[in-house]
Design a protein around this ligand. Sequence first.
Ligand code: OFO
Length: 167
Amino acid sequence: MLNNKVEAILNVQVQKEDYSSQLYLAMASWAENQGFSGVAEWLYAQAEEERMHMLKIVRYINERDGNAEIPGLEQPPKEFENLPSLFDAVLKHERYISGSINEIVAVCMDEKDYTTHNWIQWFVQEQIEEEASVKDIIDKLRLVGDKNLYMFDRDILGMRGNESSGA
Ligand code: OFO
């Protein structure tokens, strides 16, 4: 049986993963309409991964005899200034998510829920990888500058194959 505080913070995380998915979907759609099809593919795949993260938590809560709460959709922004600010926003968001995963770890420790503590380590590792992959993209963007965004976009298109499925 899931501890009440652990169940509550996991349900908050369900909302955050759901919003992450919506946010990256909105970014993907914007990038596609700007002609950045490589960036759009990366973001569409990221939106799918975030949905998988949400489902993973929902199913864990229910499996442990808790009650997963399914959140309503929150409207993400529709417009993004440019690619550098979009990816800065992705990194900021991922750092925020890493912070909330750490809070879950802390609650598990406080409540002596070592099962969930063990289970949540997958997310701890996932956040390390996600932050690193976004930082990599930001570095590439800096290197190419404004002049070669087409090449940058092609380069990003090839990136998904090297990453974890996130499931
Ligand atoms: Fe961006 O990762 Fe979910 O947790």
